[in-house]
Design a protein around this ligand. Sequence first.
Ligand code: GTP
Ligand code: MG
Length: 247
Amino acid sequence: MTQELSNSLLVLVCTYNERANLPSLFERINAAVPNAHILVVDDNSPDGTSDWVEEYQRSHPSVFLIHRSGKMGLGTAIRAGMHYAIENGYEWLLNLDGDLSHDPKSIPDLLAKKRQSDVVIGSRYVPGGGMVGCSWRRVFVSRCANRYATWLIGWTVRDCSSAFRLYRVAKLKTLQLDTLTGVGYGFLEEVLWHLLDQGARLSEVGITYSERREGKSKISLKEAWSTISSLHSVASLQRASKRASGS
Ligand SMILES: Nc1nc2c(ncn2[C@@H]2O[C@H](COP(=O)(O)OP(=O)(O)OP(=O)(O)O)[C@@H](O)[C@H]2O)c(=O)[nH]1
Ligand SMILES: [Mg+2]
């Protein structure tokens, strides 16, 4: 890592076949937070996403790449990004999807909550948030899944499955990241549970989620099932923790 470029903010983008989306995404990230570093965690995308990033790095030394050997799941990719942020001394880690569903224009809104928060969620379900271009089926499923998760876990969090998040790296350091079991999308709820259990202060900021325009969704039935089982593990952790504290 180039220490002289070191900055307090690392923007993490996990990718699997996002080559068509990255040029526009990077341009928007650079416009929103020009001094931030960007880390791409790519799982050997067949569309050559890593090759494009390597080419881009030649003229942009603040862009870093972790190229993994194959598709290992979004949860493990985010965890790799968290380790990277800890090991390289960043103060904040901002994660967003690589398919332009999360608009980098909202990054400053999340950063504005830094002082009073350890985790800031870019949320579809607080005032100012929403979803555009999504089928009613997708909106319905997403809303129900969020409601179910919050009911199961007993949270007041409105959007617990949003990947658009800002994390205080010092707070991530308090977790034993390698003991987290979520491989896919369920990792998002799992890591949130552990952070809240460690007393992390949480804020939610309204963001607009747009349906992806390029590329294909990676959510499979297997991923959906793994998310549900992660949620159930988180709920049982919650119950065990309450029993231990006698509440
Ligand atoms: N490195 C890595 N990235 C992944 C993996 N699965 C998904 N991603 C990336 O994670 C982000 C979110 O995945 P999406 O497929 O967009 O999931 P989604 O936003 O819930 O669903 P759609 O937008 O409907 O496709 C995207 O940037 C993906 O490229 C994976 O196994 N490894
Ligand atoms: Mg997406």
